[in-house]
Design a protein around this ligand. Structure first.
Ligand code: KIV
Length: 246
């Protein structure tokens, strides 16, 4: 699974046979430039998801319900899920949290919308945690996670993202459920992996967590291309005779 936020990227990732495209609320960071995922709105998520859906032939498209569109109110959660599915054409939604959002998850699933859960580091709760450091290193938090993953499975989630937790705990949690567990910073003993596409393609050079592997350095490739373009234009090497209309 990789994130996607627009038509052109979705088309490239889909044609490279990615299984799942996540229209993550990380769009708030990498597309809108916000410091956290909190400011992005339901309408903005719908805009991104709609564009991704248009670029996809085969991948499953999962879209994040943004902060403020589901917490603390299962009716609001249901309305948000229905609106995002209806207006974007996405195939499923993802929500962050465990026991505290169980009712919302059940209500959304009962309406016919598939739900992916998200446990461990849940960036929409950054001001509760205070940091983006590894979660569930203490027994109490690990115990809650073990309870939460079972609750999400029982509630009917079709898959769960586990973010930034110790690899050994992630392996245990994965074994404890039958549904697929997709990790980010959760080691290799899970069922699948997800990364933010801007991070794995090296478009975002300031973000360097231990779990991130960069498969390209697009920021350097783009900068070099733009420098060459500027040089060509200034030196009147672009456009050439062949690039002119007669
Ligand atoms: O918003 C996002 O990109 C995510 C992934 C990091 C799992 O939730």
């Amino acid at each position: 699974m990789l994130t996607a936020y627009d038509y052109s990227f979705a088309k490239i990732l889909d044609s490279a046979n990615i299984d799942i495209l996540l229209v993550g609320d990380s769009a708030s960071n990498v597309m809108a430039g916000h410091e956290t995922t909190l400011p992005i709105t339901l309408d903005e998520m719908i805009y991104h998801a709609k564009s991704v859906v248009k670029g996809v032939d085969r991948s499953l498209v999962v879209v994040d319900l943004p902060f403020g569109s589901y917490q603390g109110n299962s009716k609001k959660a249901l309305d948000s899920a229905i609106q995002i599915m209806k207006e974007s054409g996405a195939h499923a939604v993802k929500l962050e949290g465990g026991e505290e959002i169980e009712d919302s998850i059940k209500r959304i699933i009962d309406s016919g919308v598939p739900v992916m859960g998200h446990l461990g580091l849940t960036p929409q709760s950054i001001y509760k945690f205070g940091t983006y450091s590894v979660r569930a290193k203490n027994k109490e938090e690990a115990k809650k996670l073990k309870k939460d993953i079972l609750k999400l499975e029982k509630a009917g989630c079709f898959a769960i993202v586990l973010e930034k937790i110790p690899a050994q705990l992630a392996a245990q949690l994965t074994k404890s459920v039958k549904i697929p567990v997709i990790g980010i910073g959760a080691g290799s003993k899970v069922d699948g992996q997800v990364l933010v596409v801007h991070d794995m393609l090296g478009m975002n050079t300031e973000f360097n967590p231990r779990f991130l592997r960069r498969y390209a350095n697009l920021s350097e490739i783009i900068q070099d291309s733009v420098k060459n373009y500027i040089k060509d234009v200034k030196e009147e090497n672009f456009p050439s005779k062949e690039e002119e209309y007669k």
